[in-house]
Design a protein around this ligand. Sequence first.
Ligand code: AFP
Length: 364
Amino acid sequence: MQDGRTTLSKFLIDTLDRRPSPHAGAGLSALLIDVAAAIKQISSALTRGALGGHYGSAQTFNTNGDEQKKLDVVTNEIFVQHCEWDGLLAAMVSEEMDDVHPVPDKYARGDYLLAFDPLDGSSNIDVNGVVGSIFSVLRRPDGMAEPCGEAAFLRPGHVQVAAGYAIYGPSTMLVLSVGNGTHAFTLERDVGNFVLTHTDIRIPDDTCEFAINASNERFWEPPVRRYVQECKDGRIGCRERDFNMRWIASMVAEVHRILMRGGVFMYPRDFRTSGLEGRLRLLYEANPMSFLVEQAGGLSITGRERVLDVVPRALHCRVPVILGSRNEVERIGRYHREHERGEDKPYTSPLFNERSLFLPEASA
Ligand code: AFP
């Protein structure tokens, strides 16, 4: 924790403007301040809850086929308005817009590209649960013709120059990386400043906590079933320790918990989705979160490869995601490799092995 004196602006000036990073360049700090302004406005709108008149469905569907909530539409508009006018961006992509949104001709165009999910976990809105916003910043490829189209965005996540999310919980926090660690800022509401409260967050390598939507179990592949079953077996199984499970249905909330105290989050390949691609969108969910997790010492894989190395096929493409504490994610990756080589061991319930609950010494 910090002493509460470093604001987001000072952090960005010190980190980017006084010591420019080779990947970033002029204007990135100003762009991130625009993003932070959007987040403050969204935070204020969400705080009004049902009084804001924005609960419920917008009666429209986004390109992924998800029903849009009124707040999905409102928060998308807030992002666009705060970020398009400043001459810093060339184009934007959002979960809530079908196509690339080029910066309109009436504004100057800049060198950056922004991909965002303005309201993650929107099923939580109407129950006053935790939601978030996620964003990813790329540099426009050199020499690309104006205005930037899809191709500018279809690059792997390791080229991101910044990524972050806002979590709208009991307090609003902005968690950010510009490639020098992952840092968290807490919104001081009465003053309107984001204040640095968590410097250089490190995800513990080990954990006893996992997060997955267990109602999808019948659609998972064997390596994920194996891992989850072993966690559920707890100390009487091969892991020889008990695990706890969480599911908040907001990736932001899950990743935030993992950054704060460790854990594993999985939205794996499953047989419901075409091409076994899982649920999460690569450009504005998986990539920025993977960047933050790696910058905090964790890992993020699809099961078979590093998420940040996946080359996007389309703006709204999906990808399986397994991220969090290094040793657990490595284990899950190994289970995928063993499965691919046909080396899975058949599952035997610990109820019938040497640590069985039914053995006299265990039940005594
Ligand atoms: P939205 O961006 O549409 O709100 O979806 C959120 C999300 O993609 C992700 O945050 C959660 O992990 C996941 O959905 C929860 O989905 P399930 O309802 O399938 O558990």
